[in-house]
Write a protein of this length. Structure first.
Length: 197
């Protein structure tokens, strides 16, 4: 996630809220800039849960359709970004419950990609993430990659912030222990790239 200058963040928030209001008022074309604004973030989030490019593309498309269909439920009590992540979170949880095949997806993804296409860091990160539950991956991605606060993650996942803090600390310890056990550089490049320092 790129650092955001406070003034830019406020302007972005206002722009998104304005677009949302236009869509709610019937301007379907105003939804395209919203998709463009969040498409990359949604893709990254979904890919780290699904580990399959085709399924990720489908999931992102379904999430934006679901968000569009339920836009009338969005209120300004939370940011649009948090609300969209909540839609994504529930969609992915439903997908995982229907599929029940997380390990098969990882194996298939690794088989389909030639070894040269996977960077050493990417394969190490995949191995680390494979030891986490779906809930743990969601928490890690929202906190470390998207840099959400525990309060925002609580809104997305329906979990109290103090509980999330404890779970995040356990996840962090779990990943550091696994990285050390497998000879990874827990405090080096891999730790920086996963945000688990």
């Amino acid at each position: 996630m790129q650092p955001v200058i406070p003034g830019e963040a406020k302007d972005k928030h206002k722009r998104i809220e304005s677009l949302v209001e236009r869509v709610k008022a019937g301007d379907k074309e105003a939804y395209s800039p919203i998709i463009l604004e969040f498409e990359r973030q949604m893709y990254t989030y979904c890919y780290y849960i699904l580990h399959d490019h085709e399924e990720t593309k489908d999931a992102v498309q379904e999430i934006f359709i679901k968000a569009y269909m339920n836009l009338h439920q969005y209120t300004r009590q939370v940011s649009f970004s948090s609300w969209l992540y909540k839609v994504a979170y529930h969609h992915l949880i439903n997908m995982k419950q229907k599929q029940g095949r997380w390990l098969k997806l990882i194996d298939r993804c690794k088989e389909q990609q030639p070894a040269s296409a996977i960077s050493p860091y990417e394969s190490e990160i995949d191995e680390l993430l494979a030891c986490l539950t779906a809930e743990e991956r969601h928490i890690l991605l929202l906190k470390s990659v998207e840099q959400y606060s525990f309060e925002e993650i609580g809104e997305v996942m329906g979990i109290k912030p103090p509980t999330l803090r404890k779970r995040y600390e356990r996840i962090r310890k779990k990943l550091l222990a696994k990285a050390k056990k497998e000879g990874g550089s827990a405090h080096g490049e891999m730790a920086r790239s996963t945000g688990i320092r």
